[in-house]
Write a protein that binds this ligand. Structure first.
Ligand code: PGA
Length: 251
């Protein structure tokens, strides 16, 4: 796996109130206290970001936002900027999650703008991509991912992308209990790494972390992480309970 430091991240989606999030984050920080050879990130809802950041402050856990808007500020009711999430203690930001694409009309074009804003604001973007079941059945997986990566990263130069993380999340495996087999996931991760190599060269391709997401749990994380091109996980449901998530972190 080269010298890529694994990143185990938790996407809390629209779960947990402020007090529940703070409590879970404090517990997680304690549970992963001894871990040093991997990074841990959790992405709570916007309203809990600052509280969670304070709760994990002296631990190895870092915090991510689940999205951002690309403008710096302005009359955009309900939106939030890169500077705002940074000021709430975020280091990472998840962009283009399939639920955003599916329910909130996010497109490759506006995902591109969000990544641009994240990089400008010194946040580390986690670009989410993935095919639906119909696309996989029609053997379109690689062409769908190729388009999502190329459009998502349009007009970026090599120097912009040092902190980019890609999360491959097959839409059919999210929250369904169906996980891609480790071989299916590895095939895609290998394809993505070669695509990044073709676009930006070997150095970035070798250093970029490519995470797998979709029904990751304590029982399947070790096998996924044994694959040469899988550098971590983006965990939804199984990240909500600190004890379960800490088992994934310590795979
Ligand atoms: P899941 O979600 O682990 O609940 O399948 C993953 C994700 O959506 O990031």
């Amino acid at each position: 796996m080269g010298n890529r430091k694994p990143l185990i991240s938790g996407n809390w989606k629209m779960f947990k109130t402020c007090s529940e999030a703070t409590e879970a984050a404090s517990q997680l920080a304690k549970l992963v206290g001894g871990v040093s050879d991997r990074e841990v990130m959790i992405a709570p809802t916007y309203t809990s970001l600052a509280l969670v950041s304070a709760a994990v402050k002296d631990s190895i856990v870092s915090v991510g936002a689940q999205n951002l808007f690309w403008e710096d500020e302005g009359a955009y009711t309900g939106e939030i900027s890169a500077d705002m999430v940074t000021s709430a203690g975020c280091e990472y930001v998840i962009i283009g999650h399939s639920e955003r694409r599916q329910y909130f009309n996010e497109t490759d074009e506006n995902v591109n703008k969000r990544i641009k804003a994240a990089i400008k604001g010194n946040l580390k973007p986690v670009l989410c991509i993935g095919e639906t079941w119909e696309e996989r059945e029609a053997e379109k997986t690689f062409s769908v991912l190729d388009k999502q990566v190329k459009k998502g990263l349009e007009e970026f130069s090599l120097s912009d992308l040092g902190s980019l993380v890609i999360a491959y999340e097959p839409v059919w495996a999210i929250g369904t209990g169906k996980t891609a087999t480790t071989d299916q996931a590895q095939d895609v991760h290998k394809f993505l790494r070669s695509l990044i190599k073709e676009m930006y060269g070997e150095e970035l391709a070798e250093s970029m972390r490519i995470l797998y997401g979709g029904s990751v749990k304590p029982a399947n994380i070790a096998e996924l992480m044994s694959m040469p091109d899988i550098d971590g996980a983006l965990v939804g449901g199984a990240s909500l309970d600190p004890e379960t998530f800490s088992q994934i972190v310590k795979y």
